[in-house]
Design a protein around this ligand. Structure first.
Ligand code: AR6
Length: 169
């Protein structure tokens, strides 16, 4: 598995699967989620509604992942995963690692060879980048999913630097 870093907007990536930092409702939100639905168009929300009406009546649990169409994005699938909200009193890092592992497992099942990840939970969910980056890199390195290329797409220079430090280790 090749791991690369890109600074930019995840919705502009041409890959087989784009991972969305969603919430349990699967009904959209801000950050990556807002951008994915805005640029991907209504087909994504349509499939999310179907998932809520079938397999995920109570929402997608934190740490799990599920795929939909990518709509108008330059990808075949969006893999929605729900990161944990950062807590100062409770260690939720296993749930964060699970987001990366489960997303790659779903990608492997779909036959996706290339996957783009955002830095899950490090925005609205408040996870410090210096802690989120090592969890992300270790989880991806530890995955045995049959995915060839994993691309972390970092929005700004600070996030890029945090992942670059980690990949160098
Ligand atoms: N491309 C790449 N990275 C981005 C983009 C983008 N277009 N937009 C933001 N980031 P966030 P979370 C970075 O907040 O913390 C939503 O409302 C951002 O700088 O998207 O998991 C959902 O519905 C940060 O480093 O996701 C949930 O309610 C990282 O992506 C909640 O936010 C993740 O930030 C999920 O919060």
């Amino acid at each position: 598995m090749d791991i690369t870093l890109v600074q930019g907007d995840i919705t502009e990536q041409a890959v087989d699967a784009i991972v969305n930092a969603a919430n349990s409702s699967l009904m959209g939100g801000g950050g990556v989620d807002g951008a994915v639905h805005r640029r991907g168009g209504p087909a994504i929300l349509r499939e999310c509604r179907e998932l809520r009406a079938s397999r995920y009546g109570r929402g997608l649990p934190t740490g799990q992942a599920v795929a939909t169409t990518a709509g108008d994005l330059a990808a075949r699938w969006v893999i929605h995963t729900v990161g944990p909200v950062h807590s100062r009193t409770e260690d939720r890092s296993e749930l964060l690692a699970s987001c990366y592992r489960e997303s790659l497992r779903v990608a492997g099942e779909l036959g996706a060879a290339s996957v783009a990840f955002p830095a899950i939970s490090t925005g609205i969910y408040g996870w410090p980048l210096d802690d989120g980056a090592p969890i992300a890199v270790a989880a991806v390195r530890g995955s045995d999913a049959p995915v060839k290329d994993v691309r972390f797409v970092l929005f700004d220079a600070e996030a890029y630097a945090a992942f670059e430090r980690e990949l160098g280790r």
